[in-house]
Design a protein around this ligand. Structure first.
Ligand code: ADP
Ligand code: ZN
Length: 193
């Protein structure tokens, strides 16, 4: 769907890093500042991310911002109108590459688009649509967490299954397994064999 375009193009800000690095916190901070400036903001998250609430973006320290949960980026156009100035999207790595032309369409129609997502998966490989979005971005913020093993700065996400490092070929969802994620530095990050 086409949205009325503004004479000026918008921009893309990407906030990335491992789990617990403060991506959602930073996204919520930018959303709140835009709202303080009385800009019209629309917030989205992926429907997969139903960990605590589908109606909010939520950071690990409990900050909340109301959001629309969608599973297809075409649904953005049910909420984004010609008066929308800022579009924020959390956990964008859950969307397929189909989201990239839609983000470009939003930028072309004058929106300030702010997205946050994991740049690397638990195997330390670039995550889905993130490399493309990072290439298109006007501004990139790469955050670090604290390694839960040694206390150094962490840029990796460790997946543990029943207390052991997840294996390279483990499926994305392991039925019956106790899964846990930790922030780890490169030295402490490991993949099971
Ligand atoms: P992300 O969206 O990147 O997963 P959040 O914004 O949801 O991160 O949460 C960041 C918050 O997580 C921090 O402010 C801190 O309170 C908490 N936290 C828990 N574990 C860690 C860790 N290992 N490193 C940094 N922050 C952590
Ligand atoms: Zn470490």
């Amino acid at each position: 769907m086409k949205i009325a375009s503004s004479p000026n193009k918008g921009s893309l800000e990407v906030i990335c890093g491992p789990m617990f690095s403060g991506k959602s916190e930073e996204l919520i901070r930018r959303i709140k500042r835009a709202q303080l400036a009385k800009l019209s903001v629309v917030v989205f998250k992926h429907r997969f991310d139903n960990r605590s609430t589908l109606q909010h973006v939520r950071s690990h320290d409990g900050r909340l911002s109301p959001a629309h949960a969608v599973d297809n980026p075409q649904q953005f156009f049910d909420y984004v109108t010609s008066t929308t100035l800022v579009v924020a999207i959390d956990e964008i790595q859950f969307f397929s590459n189909d989201i990239v032309p839609i983000v470009c369409q939003l930028i072309d129609s004058g929106k300030r688009v702010i997205v946050s997502g994991l740049d690397l998966d638990f195997k330390n490989n670039p995550f889905g649509c993130m490399p493309l979005l990072l290439a298109i971005a006007d501004h990139v913020t790469k955050l670090k967490a604290i390694c839960m093993d040694c206390g150094s700065e962490a840029q990796c996400t460790q997946r543990l299954v029943n207390g052991n490092p997840a294996r390279y070929d483990d499926p994305l969802i392991l039925v019956g397994a106790q899964e846990q994620y930790q922030a780890r530095c490169r030295n402490c990050h490991s993949i099971g064999i």
